[in-house]
Design a protein around this ligand. Structure first.
Ligand code: BTN
Length: 263
């Protein structure tokens, strides 16, 4: 992956600004600076290595040189968007990554709500959506996406929050990161227009991992609660059922899921 190839490959897409870095702290941090500076909609920042990559709930995200796809897309929010709809963009990133993996490599990815993409029930990708405010004005939505491409992308000595896998180990051949990026961006373009539609929620729900299976809900302070995962609601909330038959719809917050077997 390099700047020349990236620019050439993406030349027919309606990209705002575009930047590629051999190494950067975090593409999401630079995207936030770009939002401050009024960068155009659909600006893209990609990097070969991140030294301060971030995941959800403050976790580190490792991006080792030549091993992963790490990028951020700056989106201008629709003018009528409410702050409680921001998490729909995590679904947008997840659906776009799944659709790209399906069409390029005929894979069957699943979405571990709210922001992980799984292959063979192991994490291959994480989506970090960050809202950028100036005062009380939502200036931009930053969609940060990190994908394990080669087996060097998976940290060896760090404790992983979830078992990980890379695309090349599943596909069995080399994966072109620039082509993968192009395909994801091509998926974001139509799906973002449908973000408030039933069609979008169905596309997200259709790929949801652990449907009708036992899971554990893990709260930010690590309290776990067993439940059965049911489905997504039209606002992107996740409806689960507890053993007493009570149902609850959870919003993204700091909650994450585990397969029941892990609990
Ligand atoms: C997660 O699994 O918690 C989300 C991981 C998101 C990682 C991507 S890599 C590109 C962008 N820059 C970052 O610092 N994080 C996101």
């Amino acid at each position: 992956m390099n700047k020349t190839k990236l620019t050439k490959t993406l030349k027919n897409l309606p990209i705002g600004n575009i930047a590629f870095f051999k190494t950067i702290g975090s593409t999401n941090d630079l995207a936030a600076e770009w939002a401050d500076q009024g960068a155009p909609d659909f600006s893209v920042i990609a990097a070969d290595e991140q030294t301060k990559g971030r995941g959800r709930t403050g976790r580190k995200w490792y991006t080792f040189p030549g091993s992963a796809l790490a990028f951020s897309v700056l989106l201008h929010p629709p003018s009528d968007m409410k702050s409680e709809q921001i998490h729909l963009f995590t679904g947008l990133g997840s659906v776009a990554v799944c659709a790209a993996l399906e069409s390029l490599y005929q894979l069957h990815p699943e979405i571990k709500w709210p922001n992980d993409i799984l292959l063979d029930r192991k994490k291959v990708c994480g989506v970090l959506t960050e809202a950028h405010w100036i005062g009380d004005k939502l200036q931009g939505i930053i969609l940060g996406i990190g994908i394990n491409v080669t087996n060097r992308s998976i940290p060896l000595n760090q404790e992983l929050a979830y078992p990980a896998v890379c695309i090349e180990d599943i596909v069995g051949s080399q994966v072109d990161r620039t082509i993968l990026l192009k395909s994801i961006l091509e998926q974001i373009i139509p799906w973002r227009k449908k973000i408030n539609t039933l069609e979008f929620i169905q596309a997200w729900n259709h790929r949801l991992a652990f449907k009708d299976e036992g899971i554990s809900l893990v709260s930010p302070n690590n309290v776990t609660q067993p439940a059965k995962l049911l489905h997504l609601e039209s606002d992107g909330g996740l409806t689960v059922e507890f053993s007493d038959g009570q149902q609850q719809t959870i919003k993204a917050g700091g909650i994450h899921l585990r397969q029941a077997i892990d609990s």
